[in-house]
Design a protein around this ligand. Sequence first.
Ligand code: ADP
Length: 176
Amino acid sequence: MRVRVEVIRGDITKSRVDAIVNAANPSLLGGGGVDGAIHRAAGPQLLAACRQLGSCPRGEARVTNGFNLPAHFIIHTPGPVWQGGIADESQVLASSYRHSLLLAERMGCRTVDFSSISTGVYGFPLARAARIATETINEVIADDPGKLRRVRIVAFDGETENAYKQALSAAYFNIA
Ligand code: ADP
């Protein structure tokens, strides 16, 4: 069965899905932006669970329970900090999406919502990040979708929503 890939506008802490993907930092101990919002909404048990995990290298992913969130699991992935394109940022970003999705598949997830990894405080150029995200998601699901049925990017603002929608339609155009 085909996996649907969609872009929606919203607050990922409200997503009622099997797993949400958090734009974390390598300490996994919470931060600003979407990470802070997820920790506030999930409750203090999340911080305790993250402490147990230890740190996580950029481009990799770790999973915790969703605790007080409507999502069942939280997948935490520290994306790259944009440094002008000289430090393999694109490969690390692709790796964040790939590892997160493979981990979701291993957990048997059917529905996964991603936040826009690295495009906030980490400064990754939005259009480029959106292209890498949609291409990597499409590659992973084409290879082996597991039980996945739907993958969404949850954009917090209109500019982000438009960037991912454009990247998604470009990706479909390339496939066709
Ligand atoms: P990073 O440090 O990886 O750049 P940020 O949290 O600073 O991560 O930003 C990543 C994206 O998450 C940005 O597009 C930001 O607007 C968005 N964001 C912030 N809060 C939320 C939320 N509650 N739901 C979904 N996205 C959010």
